[in-house]
Design a protein around this ligand. Structure first.
Ligand code: IMP
Ligand code: MG
Length: 183
C-alpha cells in the first residue's frame, strides 16, 4: 500500500501527538457540558472518521454515547464534491443532548453544514465539530469546525481512515496517491 503513495504528509507519530492535543482541547470544552447535561453524543461520520474516532474517544474521560451517521459526498472514484446527503437516520433521543460530530476532513464544509443544521433541528442543545484535517482553499460554507487537527493544502489524501475508492483506510499515515492511480 505504501508504495502507492506519492508523498507522506503526516506520519503516524505526528498524527498521534496531535490527536492527544485535540482530545485535551475537546475534553476541556466538554467538561462544562458534561456537568449539566445528559451524556454527550459522539457522532462520527462514516466511514472516514472511524480510525480517528477510535483514537479520540479513548482519550476522553466523560460518559458518552457513541452513534454513527452516514453522509456521502464522494461516490465511487470521484475526487471532487458533489454535495452532501445523509444516508442514515439521525440518532434518536437527541433532545437536549450535546452532540460532537467527528469527521476525517472538512473539505467544502457541506457535510458539516448539513449535519449541524439537522442536529440542531432534531433538538440537540449544542453541536461541537471536530475534524482531523481541513483544506482551507476549498471551503465553500461560512461554518468553520470548532477543532481542527491539521490544515492541509488542496490535495486528495488517503490513510488513517480516508479512502480512495474504498481503499487505503488502514494506512497508519496520511499521504497523497501517485497520480497514475487516480482515475
Ligand atoms: P465536504 O462535505 O466537502 O466537507 O467533504 C467532506 C467529506 O469528503 C469527508 O468526510 C471525506 O469523506 C471526503 N473527502 C474530502 N476530501 C477528501 C480527501 O482528500 N480524501 C478522502 N476523502 C475526502
Ligand atoms: Mg466523509
Amino acid at each position: 500500500m505504501h508504495q502507492d503513495l506519492a508523498e507522506v504528509l503526516l506520519d503516524e507519530e505526528t498524527i498521534a501527538e496531535r490527536v492527544d492535543q485535540l482530545a485535551k482541547q475537546l475534553a476541556a470544552r466538554l467538561d462544562d457540558v458534561a456537568t449539566r447535561e445528559e451524556p454527550i453524543v459522539m457522532l462520527p461520520v462514516l466511514t472516514g472518521s472511524l480510525v480517528f474516532t477510535a483514537d479520540l474517544i479513548r482519550r476522553l474521560p466523560h460518559k458518552l454515547r457513541l452513534d454513527v451517521v452516514t453522509v456521502s459526498s464522494y461516490p465511487g472514484t470521484a475526487t471532487s464534491s458533489t454535495g452532501a446527503a445523509i444516508h442514515s437516520p439521525l440518532p434518536e433521543d437527541l433532545d437536549g443532548r450535546h452532540v460532537v460530530v467527528v469527521d476525517d476532513i472538512f473539505d467544502t464544509g457541506r457535510t458539516m453544514e448539513l449535519l449541524d443544521g439537522e442536529l440542531r433541528a432534531a433538538g440537540a442543545s449544542g453541536v461541537t465539530s471536530v475534524v482531523l484535517l481541513a483544506k482551507p482553499a476549498r471551503h465553500e460554507v461560512e461554518l468553520r469546525p470548532d477543532l481542527v487537527g491539521f490544515e492541509i493544502p488542496d490535495a486528495f489524501v488517503v490513510g488513517y481512515g480516508l479512502d480512495y475508492d474504498g481503499l487505503y483506510r488502514n494506512l497508519p499515515c496520511i499521504g497523497t496517491l501517485r497520480p497514475e492511480l487516480i482515475r
